[in-house]
Design a protein around this ligand. Structure first.
Ligand code: AHR
Length: 482
């Protein structure tokens, strides 16, 4: 038997809801025929957005949605996405060379913020800083956030249908500026960051938060170099790194070894956060600057999704992705003293997605269900967990008198019997409610079998002296509510 002990006396702080964030880029089928189907579509939709996605996504209480990229952000001209939709220019976006698909600009800032409103997410805009100028980004911020009717740009926003400011609370200064975003050195990028924020902050009336481009995975040299040059010269909310654990074998028909390899790589996130944090601390001992994991997830070979490769990077999603989602969210929860936001890449018809769609068909993936099972953690007080056992990942929190534990059984082949106990004095709970997802490492949903993977009915377990024993099937995720 393995053991997990909850330690309510240990806490890293409050779990920012932002940790349950999302990312939607203009790439492949994320918007096109995914989230966005257009106002004339026969697919059930509201103002052009697919109802299935609106309804299911809203159920997750998504805290934040990052847009329009990714790499795409560095080729994006915000003015192309405003005004009458049929007059907007058709352009070659970042991904044109990969898939030959043109950007129609049907979804611009008005449409994007409307979608955010419908699902209840805060918009997070990643600005282009290599293909444009600081003044252009400043204009974009003024267009979005200036008071109704105040300036010419604010009036233009009103003429385009939105009198009131959009109040975009998060602005990313570029994307992957160590690579596609200008191939800069950390010091070069820090100078750009300082330049952009110095200028843009003069129109930042609502105190929007700035996010700087962080490292590629475990590139601590970038974190150190940026922090050294940045030296707290201008406001900075968080440094955002990206981590894709990559691929190992086919996305559905992988072996046990490939399962283990990918789970091990995903597990590196925990140490990566610790080490980025340590590199930042050298220059920011008070931990004023937070960490965002702007893009994370698996990156399997494309071609296994509904369009069989037509939509760039589209991939099927199995319980392997579900377990990796649980493992990653546990790591973010347990580092909530530093990590304030994390955006899984990407929302629909792409890498590690929550939704797969084709025409009128739409399904949710195991990743979707894990997000749903983890909802209690948002805004809760993280509490410590001590694990005695192998291939288990856990995090726990407390909110409004309820204790929530989420556990992933990382084993491809072994069921685990886990004794869960609550450490400390005081009244012990008499029962716990357990909900389990998974059991088949290759399990996944399809249009023909949309509920092949979904949470089992919750079961109430009687506790003895504050302890319950839970049987976790192989390749599963459990939610335990005390
Ligand atoms: O998510 C796909 C791409 O991966 C993003 O555009 C980029 O930021 C990253 O390299």
């Amino acid at each position: 038997m393995e053991r997990i002990c909850l330690l309510p006396c240990q806490s890293a702080g409050t779990i920012e809801p932002g940790i349950y964030g999302h990312f939607s880029e203009h790439i492949g089928g994320v918007f096109r025929d995914g989230v966005w189907v257009g106002e004339d579509a026969s697919v059930p939709q509201t103002d052009g957005f697919r109802n299935f996605v609106i309804e299911k996504f809203r159920e997750l209480n998504p805290p934040v949605l990052r847009w329009p990229g990714g790499c795409f952000a560095e080729t994006y001209k915000w003015r192309d996405g405003i005004g009458p939709r049929d007059k907007r220019p058709v352009t070659m976006g970042w991904w044109y060379r990969n898939d030959g698909r043109l950007e129609t600009n049907e979804v611009g800032i008005h449409e994007f913020t409307h979608f955010c409103e419908m699902v209840g997410a805060k918009p997070y805009v990643a600005a282009n800083i290599t293909g444009t100028t600081p003044m252009d980004m400043r204009d974009f911020m003024e267009y979005c956030n200036a008071p109704a009717g105040s300036t010419t740009l604010a009036k233009e926003r009103g003429e385009n249908g939105h009198e009131e400011p959009f109040d975009i609370p998060y602005w990313g200064i570029g994307n992957e500026n160590w690579g596609g975003g200008g191939n800069m050195t950390p010091a070069q990028y820090a100078r750009e960051y300082i330049k952009y924020v110095t200028l843009c902050d003069t129109v930042n009336l609502q105190g929007a938060k700035y996010v700087a481009c962080g490292a590629n995975a475990g590139d601590y040299r970038w974190t150190d170099g940026f922090m050294r040059e940045y030296a707290h010269r201008v406001p900075l909310y968080a440094l955002a790194f990206h981590y894709y654990c990559g691929a190992s074998g086919d996305c559905v028909n992988f072996t046990k070894e490939q399962w283990d390899e990918l789970v091990t790589r995903a597990g590196k996130l925990d140490d990566m956060i610790r080490r980025h944090s340590a590199a930042m601390e050298l220059h920011d001992p008070e931990k004023k600057v937070k960490i965002i994991v702007d893009e994370w997830g698996c990156w399997h070979p494309g071609g296994s999704g509904p369009t069989k490769g037509f939509n760039l990077f589209e991939q099927q999603s199995t319980m392997r992705d579900g377990v990796i989602t649980a493992l990653s969210l546990n790591a973010f929860n347990n580092h909530c003293d530093r990590v304030v936001m994390a955006n899984v890449a990407q929302l629909c018809n792409n890498l590690h997605c929550l939704f797969l769609t084709l025409g009128e068909d739409a399904i949710v993936t195991p990743t979707y269900w894990v997000f749903k099972m983890y909802k209690n953690h948002m805004g809760a007080k993280q509490i410590g967990t001590a694990i005695e056992g192998d291939k288990l990942s856990a995090s726990a929190s407390e909110k409004d008198g309820k204790i929530t534990l989420t556990v992933a059984n990382l084993s491809y082949e072994d069921e685990k019997e886990v004794e869960i106990s609550l450490f400390g004095e005081g009244k012990k709970p008499e029962s716990a409610v357990v909900t389990i997802l998974g059991g088949d490492p290759h399990g996944h949903n399809t249009f023909d079998d949309p509920d092949a993977v979904k949470p089992m009915d919750p079961v109430t377990l009687q506790a003895a002296d504050g302890k319950v024993t839970v049987k976790l099937p192989k390749a599963s995720v459990a939610l335990v509510e005390w």
